[in-house]
Design a protein around this ligand. Structure first.
Ligand code: ES4
Ligand code: ZN
Length: 326
């Protein structure tokens, strides 16, 4: 339909993508073969059948096994380059890419191996087809703060190649305040700050992300709508929310997309963007997310244009870079 043609031709930024979540089942199997890594599934089809998730934790259990096939610098390069090429095909011009170093260092992969491969893909994709891409490392919130502190120590040697730190993985029971000290250190070291909050966790976790961690943007933020004072705060400070419709559907954060809170977020003047989260696992890249939510909520062309434009205001970009991109 016309709506999908509009979506396809709009320039966009992708601000919520876990690069390990762009690992397609075929690549899981080809890298497993290349690196001699055993898998609990005997075919691509069996792996796809495992993508029936009842919750965030169900997904994470598969996600951490999937990423275990990533071993060499070339693996990380191949993963990120394939994603950036795919994003470019969706008219994504700027990417702020999450990665999970602890998902790799915990398996004995060196921090440098991960960053070297991902960074080289960002540089070469930019040279090859002009996409801009930067790296944000996330702390796994189910691990303790001391583990995050050691991860930050390792990142300091790559300060010029990692623009920010975020917080992801199992949300419930792991409030942002658990990471207050390490986020303080990251801020002092000059990193931009982000956190997943209000995906499954309560509005209080969104407050903590803002007031304890001091994040510049909230990833998901769906449950902020349960708290009127929080909505006012997010609107007043124009805190962007990086919303991921197909992720919310597949992880049962919403029963169906017709009940997705994005329409209410727009009505309340929140700064909302549309993103893919873990596209290989959730059934679509960024344009698929735009199409699915636009159709379910019957978004107008003007609303679709607003969502794409907002991705630029929510991005880490100078005004000059923004003007050049638009
Ligand atoms: C994630 Cl959807 C989601 N939520 C929290 N942590 C994550 N890591 C990768 N995808
Ligand atoms: Zn996410």
């Amino acid at each position: 339909p016309d709506r999908d043609r509009l979506i396809a031709c709009l320039p966009k930024c992708e601000l919520h993508i876990h690069i390990e979540g762009s690992l397609e089942p075929e690549m899981v199997f080809s890298l497993a073969r290349r690196n001699n890594i055993p898998l609990p599934w005997d075919s691509v089809e069996a792996l796809r059948r495992a993508y029936a998730f009842g919750s965030l934790q169900d997904f994470l259990d598969v996600y951490y096994v999937g990423m275990s096939v990533l071993v060499t610098e070339q693996d990380f390069y191949d993963l990120a380059f394939a994603y950036l090429r795919r994003a470019h095909a969706d008219n994504v011009v700027h990417v702020e890419m999450f990665f999970d170093p602890q998902g790799h260092t915990s398996r004995g992969i060196a921090f440098d191996t991960v960053v070297n491969g991902l960074h080289r893909a960002c540089v070469e994709a930019s040279e090859s087809f002009g996409i801009r891409a930067s790296l944000i490392m996330c702390f796994l919130r189910h691990l303790d703060e001391a583990d995050a502190q050691r991860t930050l120590d390792a990142a300091l040697a790559h300060r010029d190649r990692i623009v920010g730190v975020g917080l992801d993985s199992s949300e419930k029971g792991h409030p942002p305040e658990k990471f207050a000290h390490v986020f303080g250190r990251a801020r002092d070291a000059g990193f931009q700050l982000f956190a997943h909050a209000g995906e499954e966790g309560p509005p209080d976790y969104v407050w903590q992300a803002l007031d304890v961690l001091g994040v510049r943007r909230v990833d998901h933020g769906n449950r902020a709508l349960e708290d009127a004072a929080l909505i006012s705060r997010l609107a007043r400070d124009r805190v962007p929310l990086t919303v991921c419709p197909l992720s919310n559907l597949r992880l049962r954060v919403v029963p169906d997309l017709a009940h997705h809170p994005l329409r209410h977020m727009l009505e309340k003047d929140l700064t909302v963007t549309v993103n893919s989260d873990d596209p290989a696992y959730f059934g679509g890249y960024v344009n698929d997310n735009f199409s699915a939510i636009a159709r379910a909520l019957d978004l107008s062309p003007a609303e679709i244009v607003t969502l794409a434009r907002t991705s630029f205001s929510a991005a880490m970009m100078s005004d000059d870079e923004r003007a050049a991109a638009l």
